[in-house]
Write a new protein. Sequence first.
Length: 55
Amino acid sequence: MFVFAALAELIRTIIVANTDEGLAAARGRRLGRPPAMTPKRSPTRSNRSLNPTGP
């Protein structure tokens, strides 16, 4: 049982080190999923292209 605990602790240490390294490399960049609505994907933009005279 002790061997499994030691192995789990080692793996956790490696995961934490890799996460910290990745976050340090990404410093200054936007993290996470990109926003779903961008000016390109805006529904009002596509509506304007269908009806260029206005609402």
